[in-house]
Write a protein that binds this ligand. Structure first.
Ligand code: M6R
Length: 627
């Protein structure tokens, strides 16, 4: 994940926000909403409720259960409260302490707010406020906003106006929910470069960073655009722009069902999500791949056939696991369509002069559709006139709203921080897209296209075969779980698989795992090898099989503990590898889909064996909404 190391105080970046005003007891709604946002990752939480004559704030560090316990201790204090705001915080700078947890208040405690994002000019604002006598209790940038809006409020005596005036001078990214003691049941909310939506109920409104927090109560919602300010009471709503001009409200019906985030009997969401992958593939093929002889249907791609044929460059931008899917995409598009493809981490793309223009197709890949670096990169490319194609699991996300073409990958909500089924779904999008373009461009032999399509349809069963017998994988995971370092090697289309396998292992087990292009071993990394180091070779049959076998021999000659992940039955592998994980046979082009499954499982079983917090690994968040 990307952490923005700067000297700013508190990034509060991947936090979750919930607000409610209506007729129901507010605390349960806020706690339930925060629970639905737990998947984003957090280290502390807090709630503020409006009472008859004051606003009361409750906070706890650690898991949400601690806040629940805290609330129990005070039950009786907020029975009649029907308006409040809540927050889960993911700290980067400023430790996860009660003082740093949100909500934050101004000095006299009348104004209270929760915040997701970063305030870039917080130091300047803080210096100015301190001169005026403000006393700061926390190390966060958020507290500055509370004092600053309170100062504006003291000047204008109007909460919406105070928020509007203050945010004009605030730089950075934010989603904010603000309450003031002078208002009985009012919440003012606004956002810039951070997601926020308002749910419409009967006599009630909900505000949240993400749909799961509100979907139990309403499917009618409005996504706020940057710099819009909304003011809600149980029976009124007003939307204005940054100049105070009233705006029409665009209410949409959320394409979501209120499903309980259940593990369905699995020990962890990650394991459940790994097991969902065959169905994710089936879902992605429905309506797009009918039979091998019929062309791929991809109405989502809005480029004209003529434009597609003339495309001479594609850029794909993404982060983390999505970046690995993009790397497979590059291999497929270049091989099938002959179009040069650059793949770049979004965080790198945005800080240099890029040569994107209207002749370039820019593809953004993101599970969440909210990753700040990718969103910024997309906006940058869009401003240069490129056609923007977004591949995402969230068709309601900020990135989706920037898209000229949108491929929604239908993986269903992914709760575990470690991406698994969304990766498989992104791969499917690239298979379909590359074959679709190859058919239009007539750049690949029809018989090759047909053989790939035929085998694509069989892939779900092959994954089911792997998932049905994981004994060897579990044995292997247990055997190597004591290691401090782990190396994955591969070549060609499976290099991204090696990188993804290593990322999975390091993020949930904290073992130092690295993926290498096997040919690069001898240019440096081979120096590390000895009899303590496991080296997992992704040895799928095809163009680079023999080459990778030689690289594995080189590693073995340095006494490394060799593991093979292979679809080969070659008996000579038995001498070379101390552990062999066999997967069903598959043609090379499709091997990344099959090969990644045991790697996800190895990471899972090692982390589980080590007793790690598999679904919510330390320091990570599901949605990385800050650069
Ligand atoms: O939501 P996105 O796909 O844009 O997220 C990008 C990365 O933060 C994400 O893929 C991350 O690397 C995964 N959680 C790793 O499993």
């Amino acid at each position: 994940m990307l952490i923005y190391y700067s000297d700013i105080g508190d990034l509060n970046s991947m936090c979750g926000i919930v607000g409610y005003t209506g007729f129901r007891p507010v605390v349960d709604i806020l706690l339930d909403g925060l629970e639905q946002l737990e998947y984003r990752g957090y280290d502390s939480s807090g709630i503020a409720v409006k009472r008859e004559s004051d606003i009361k704030v409750y906070k706890a560090i650690g898991k949400l259960v601690n806040l629940r316990e805290e609330m129990k201790k005070h039950s009786g204090e907020f029975e009649k409260s029907t308006t409040g705001i809540g927050h889960i915080r993911w700290a980067t700078h400023g430790a996860p302490t009660v003082l740093n947890a949100h909500p934050h208040t101004c000095n006299h405690g009348n104004l209270v707010l929760v915040h997701n994002g970063i305030i870039e000019n917080y130091k300047e604002l803080k210096a100015m406020l301190e001169k005026e006598g403000c006393i700061f209790k926390s190390q966060t940038d958020t507290e500055v906003v509370a004092h600053f809006i309170a100062k504006k409020y003291d000047e204008v005596k109007d909460l919406t106006k105070a928020v509007r005036l203050a945010t004009k001078e605030i730089e950075g990214a934010y989603a904010l929910c603000v309450m003031h003691n002078d208002y009985k049941n009012t919440i003012v909310a606004t956002k810039r470069n951070a997601p926020l939506l308002v749910g419409f109920g009967e006599g009630e409104f909900l505000i949240a960073s993400d749909v799961p927090a509100i979907i139990k109560y309403t499917k009618k919602a409005m996504y706020l655009s940057d710099n819009q300010i909304v003011t809600v009471t149980p029976d009124s709503i007003k939307l204005i722009d940054k100049d105070g001009v009233e705006l029409p409200q665009k209410v949409e019906l959320l394409p979501w069902e209120p499903v309980a985030l259940s593990k369905m009997g699995y020990k962890h969401f990650m394991l459940k999500e790994i097991h969902e992958q065959p169905d994710v593939i089936r879902n992605n093929l429905v309506g797009k791949l009918h039979t091998a002889s019929e062309p791929i249907v991809l109405n989502e791609v809005k480029l004209t056939k003529d434009h597609l044929k003339k495309l001479n460059r594609i850029q794909i931008i993404a982060c983390g696991t999505s970046l690995h899917a993009a790397m497979v995409g590059k291999y497929l598009i270049e091989t099938f369509c002959g179009i040069p493809v650059d793949v770049e981490a979004s965080s790198e793309y945005i800080y240099r002069r890029t040569t994107t223009d209207s002749h370039t197709l820019v593809i953004g890949v993101s599970q969440s559709g909210e990753t700040a670096d990718t969103l910024t990169a997309i906006k940058q490319a869009k401003s240069k006139g490129s056609h923007i194609l977004i591949i995402t699991n969230r068709p309601d996300s900020s990135m989706a709203r920037e898209a000229d073409s949108l491929i929604s990958v239908n993986a269903g909500i992914e709760v575990s921080v470690a991406a698994t089924k969304s990766y498989i779904a992104q791969l499917m999008a690239f298979y379909l897209l590359s074959l679709y373009m190859a058919e239009i461009k007539e750049s690949l032999d029809v018989s090759v296209i047909q053989s790939i399509k035929n085998e694509l349809m069989l892939i779900p069963q092959k994954i089911e075969q792997i998932l049905a017998s994981t004994d060897e994988i579990q044995k292997c995971a247990r055997k190597y779980s004591g290691t401090k370092d782990f190396i994955y090697i591969a070549r060609g289309i499976n290099l991204p698989t090696a990188l993804e396998g290593a990322l999975k292992l390091k993020e949930i087990s904290y073992i130092n795992a690295t993926g290498y292009a096997a040919g690069e071993l001898k240019h440096g990394p081979i120096a590390m090898l000895d009899d303590t180091l496991p080296v997992l070779s992704i040895l799928m049959k095809g163009t680079v099989y023999e080459k990778l076998l030689s690289n594995s021999e080189e590693a073995k000659a340095r006494n490394a503990r060799m593991i093979a992940l292979t679809n080969s039955l070659d008996p000579k592998l038995d001498d070379l590898f101390e552990c062999i994980i066999r997967v069903p046979d598959v043609q090379e082009f499709l091997s990344p889909i099959i090969a990644v499954i045991p790697l996800q499982l190895i990471a899972y079983y090692i982390a589980e064996f080590l007793g790690k917090d598999v679904d919510q690994p330390r320091n990570l968040a599901k949605s990385v909404t800050v650069e």
